[in-house]
Design a protein around this ligand. Structure first.
Ligand SMILES: Nc1ncnc2c1ncn2[C@@H]1O[C@H](COP(=O)(O)OP(=O)(O)OP(=O)(O)O)[C@@H](O)[C@H]1O
Ligand SMILES: [Mg+2]
Length: 262
């Protein structure tokens, strides 16, 4: 029948609240404002995979891989050895300065990419979102197959805004749906990072409807102190916690504060 295999999140407390973590093959959103800990969440997920021999892929779209590794160096769960050949975590640089976009030789897709896109009925245009997403998808699907990737993090979807989509929201949503669904069809479990100024705001591309689960991270100011909170607003097929959970970020990464600890 339809057996649900769980993929651990890398944060044991979250696994306990979600019947064991993400559903294998699902697309999961981590949404929150700048500095909420979204990238750190993604790293927990990937490093957990590396420890379990489940290879991971980080698709960097805004903060370049070298900066992500630099910033994560302090974390006790982080190990740079997983990022060197033969990598357990592969990082691809699709940031505006990234080598996958600037160096045509690094991108197998660059060779004949116009032809591939035209065959798929997409006009080739370096500045357009369809061209960008086709390039990214083609490249990551090759890496997923070659490196036997099981876990994917896309950080963040907001970078789609760097490219032209004709200011047509419906088209943007269609492209985002196609992109995320095609990645899911490669039999990987995905964490897609999404940006929101506050949890009451609507997402940029309707990604909350595409995703199988949503983890909202938020920050409040309480008596002059930054308080971090997480809530799971959706998790298809899962009896998940509906509580607002408090967490902190320390050298151990994200840790939750149980009510009795307060
Ligand atoms: N060692 C540490 N101890 C305590 N807090 C830390 C530590 N390292 C990072 N942080 C906190 O984590 C935040 C950065 O987390 P992260 O990079 O995951 O945010 P983000 O949600 O991805 O933000 P952005 O949207 O800007 O990329 C820092 O602003 C800081 O508050
Ligand atoms: Mg980030």
């Amino acid at each position: 029948m339809f057996e649900k295999v769980r993929v651990t999140t890398g944060i044991p407390y979250l696994d306990a609240l979600t019947q064991g973590g993400f559903i294998k093959g699902s697309t999961n959103l981590v949404i929150g404002p700048a500095g909420a800990g979204k990238t750190i969440c993604g790293l927990h997920f990937l490093l957990e995979g590396a420890k379990k021999n489940e290879n991971g892929l980080l698709v960097a779209m805004q903060e370049p891989p070298w900066a992500i590794r630099r910033d994560a160096s302090n974390f006790t769960f982080f190990d740079h050895n997983y990022f060197v050949e033969p990598e357990k975590v592969v990082m691809l640089d699709f940031t505006p300065s990234g080598w996958e976009l600037w160096d045509p030789d690094s991108l197998s897709y660059a060779e004949g990419s116009e032809m591939i896109l035209e065959a798929e009925g997409v006009p080739y245009d370096e500045t357009s979102l369809p061209t960008f997403l086709h390039k990214v998808f083609y490249h990551i699907s090759e890496v997923i197959e070659e490196k036997k990737i099981e876990r994917v993090v896309i950080d963040p979807l907001a970078a789609f805004r760097f490219y032209d989509y004709g200011n047509d929201y419906g088209f943007l949503r269609k492209l985002t749906t196609g992109f995320l669904t095609n990645i899911a069809s490669l039999n990987v479990t995905t964490v897609a990072i999404s940006e929101l100024a506050s949890s009451s705001e609507q997402s940029l591309f309707g990604e909350e409807y595409i995703a199988d689960s949503i983890f909202h991270l938020d920050m409040l100011s309480v008596r002059g102190e930054l308080v971090r909170i997480l809530r799971i607003s959706k998790m298809r097929g899962t009896n998940h916690s509906t509580k607002t959970l408090r967490y902190k970020i320390t050298n151990n990464g994200i840790t939750f504060i149980e009510p009795e600890d307060e």
